[in-house]
Design a protein. Structure first.
Length: 70
């Protein structure tokens, strides 16, 4: 029973995009590993950018610095 956990920042991922992620990952596991889709579980966690870190800072802070450098 595969369990896939997708984590994305909470920046407006639409319902349709989530459905595409779930169906795409499920199909990939079926094609590559031969896993039965009815036993494949996919969970999408949406993480606030203040709770996601990159280069030693929050994603929010990182993006603010990057936009100031443009």
């Amino acid at each position: 029973m595969p369990y896939i956990n997708i984590k994305v920042t909470d920046e407006g991922v639409s319902r349709q995009q989530k459905e595409l992620l779930i169906s795409g990952v499920t199909e990939l596991l079926q094609d590559v590993l031969g896993k039965d889709p009815k036993f494949t579980h996919v969970v999408i966690d949406e993480i606030p950018t203040d709770n996601w870190g990159v280069t030693g800072m929050t994603t929010t802070e990182f993006r603010e610095k990057e936009s100031n450098n443009d």
